[in-house]
Design a protein around this ligand. Structure first.
Ligand SMILES: [Zn+2]
Ligand SMILES: [Zn+2]
Length: 175
């Protein structure tokens, strides 16, 4: 959803509150793609603070389906976000790369709600979730979910693939 900021930019009004809508159905990062199972739509307020600068505030939440870091079962993970960002429409400012990225949710006279909320979720989401603190994870021999019972494998012996990984870690330490 795009919010029209033209009234604010022209100075015709000082503050506006929008009933925003987040249209994305899933959340994709370099790590994976997570379904959004529920969301609380954000109410977004844009206030002119003078000199072509604006303050964007609001809050909302989404619930992401994220795989447990041990057993890969999906865990419904609530992510709350609070928006508080400054917009500066002054031209001729030093535009650092970081600032350009910050402003990527501005498209002409419009604020792109999905892009803004995407950044907020990225900042607030957990890197790793567990279905429970004592999740037993997967058997590295047969892949069985050990929360659902013992599979009977002998896990005392190291999987050869695991020992390769251990070697890699050892090499890291030696560097
Ligand atoms: Zn788990
Ligand atoms: Zn097993």
């Amino acid at each position: 959803m795009l919010l029209d900021l033209s009234e604010l930019l022209s100075g015709n009004c000082r503050t506006r509150t929008y009933e925003a809508k987040v249209s994305m159905e899933s959340f994709e990062t370099a790590e994976g793609k997570y379904d959004i199972v529920t969301k609380t739509e954000p109410e977004i307020t844009v206030t002119a603070t003078g000199n072509k600068k604006f303050l964007v505030t609001g809050e909302g939440s989404v619930t992401l389906n994220m795989p447990c870091g041990r057993c890969l079962e999906m865990v419904e993970t609530p992510v709350d976000y609070v928006i508080e960002r400054e917009l500066d429409f002054n031209e001729g400012n030093e535009q650092s790369d970081e600032r350009l990225e910050e402003m990527s949710y501005i498209d002409g006279y419009h604020l792109d709600v999905d892009k803004l909320v995407y950044m907020e979720i990225l900042i607030n989401m957990p890197l790793r979730v567990l279905c429970s603190d004592d999740c037993k994870g997967l058997c590295f021999q047969c892949g069985a979910n050990l929360n659902q019972g013992e599979c009977g494998c002998d896990r005392e012996q190291l999987d050869p693939r695991m020992s390769v990984i251990q070697d890699i870690f050892k090499n890291f330490k030696e560097v």
